[in-house]
Design a protein around this ligand. Structure first.
Ligand code: ADE
Ligand code: ZN
Length: 345
């Protein structure tokens, strides 16, 4: 492993944009389909992996695949196992803190009750050395009433859920549709984020609504903030963190969004690097994603550390917890710079 790859692998890392339902490995999808007696349109790992080469429209095709895989999750045990496996992977990758999104509406529809879902997530979290927090994500194609019901169900678990988000089919489902949900969530003390996915219609307007109507502290993706100088200014003024996901598909030549990541850093935007749904993109987990972003995007060690600094700073941890992680991160960079150059080829 070269010096830079080792630096990334051993860097203390945080991930703020991660859907637990997107962490089910192809083999596990097949195992759970068999165990739960669910018909899925795939009979081998190879078929599942081939289906991950999403064509256009990318979000709709991705979500179709994503929900086919999510369909195999039917019990608290299933959710526990995938969460445990994901957190085991975080340990290997030195991911020290994760803010883990989950989609309660999807699970409730398939027979996993809200309480059972949280208990399964918590059991896996308790068994792990990784620092974790839960973000309850609403599917934006569903109604605001359904989202408000989730807030009611979450009330008993208030201490376990740090924040709320908005995901899934963005076309025709603008942030403003969830204004009342966000108002109530804020009032109840939840931290606020929402997806503004890439290449969506009205993307700039959606980002504007997230900032000015919903009052989010983070935007998941947030690529199109770059399309409007006023939004760039708003994001800087409000210290909003953009949780970009430079994921790629099998046939992509390199990580997507590299020029945007460069521009965001140059503008001083608080941008971090995330995997989104690591088992559903060729980019997979943090180490691979960050290593390829560094190589193909030509980012320096200091710049790679800056992505991670923004992740820890944008995390919904208290100041002391953030300071401890940031001290470790700074030492990691200092050690890298001290031990010097890449070995001569
Ligand atoms: N649900 C899971 N992953 C998602 C993504 N990247 N965008 C929107 N909804 C999602
Ligand atoms: Zn996402």
């Amino acid at each position: 492993m070269d010096h830079m790859a080792d630096f990334i692998a051993t860097m203390p890392k945080a991930e703020l944009h991660l859907h637990i339902e997107g962490t089910v490995a192809a083999a596990k999808v097949l195992e759970l389909a068999e165990r739960n007696g669910i018909d899925i349109p795939f009979s081998s790992e190879a078929e599942l992996l081939a289906a991950q080469d999403y064509g256009q429209p990318a979000l709709a095709n991705f979500l179709k695949y994503h929900y086919m895989c999510t369909d195999v999750l039917r019990t608290g045990r299933d959710v526990y196992e995938i969460t445990r496996d994901f957190l085991d992977r975080c340990v290997i990758e030195n991911v020290r803190h994760v803010e883990l999104s989950f989609d309660p509406q999807v699970h409730i529809k398939r027979g996993i009750a809200f309480d059972e879902l949280i208990e399964a997530l918590n059991k896996a979290r308790r068994g792990s050395a990784v620092s974790t927090q839960l973000v309850m994500c609403m599917n934006r194609e569903r109604s605001q009433d359904s989202a408000l019901e989730m807030l009611d169900l979450a009330a008993r678990h208030r201490a376990d859920i740090v924040g709320v988000g908005l995901d899934s089919f963005e076309a025709g489902n603008p942030p403003v549709k969830f204004q009342e949900f966000y108002r109530r969530a804020r009032e109840e003390g939840y931290r606020l984020t929402a997806h503004c996915d890439c290449d969506q219609e009205n993307a700039v307007e959606h980002a504007r609504q997230c900032i000015h109507v919903l009052g989010v502290e983070r935007i998941d993706h947030g690529l199109h903030v770059l399309d409007d100088p006023q939004l760039i200014a708003d994001v800087i003024e409000r210290d909003i963190t953009l949780t970009m996901c430079p994921t790629w598909r099998v046939s992509d030549p390199e990580p997507r969004r590299l020029p945007a990541l460069r521009r965001m850093l140059d503008l001083g935007l608080r941008v971090c690097v995330n995997t989104d749904d690591p088992e559903e993109f060729a980019s997979r987990y943090m180490v691979n994603t960050m290593t390829e972003v560094q190589r193909r995007g030509g980012f320096s060690a200091e710049e790679m550390t800056r992505f991670m600094r923004y992740a820890f700073e944008g995390a919904w941890l208290d100041d002391a917890q953030k300071a401890a992680f940031l001290t470790e991160l700074d030492s990691h960079l200092a050690r890298h710079l001290r031990t010097g150059k890449e070995p001569a080829a």
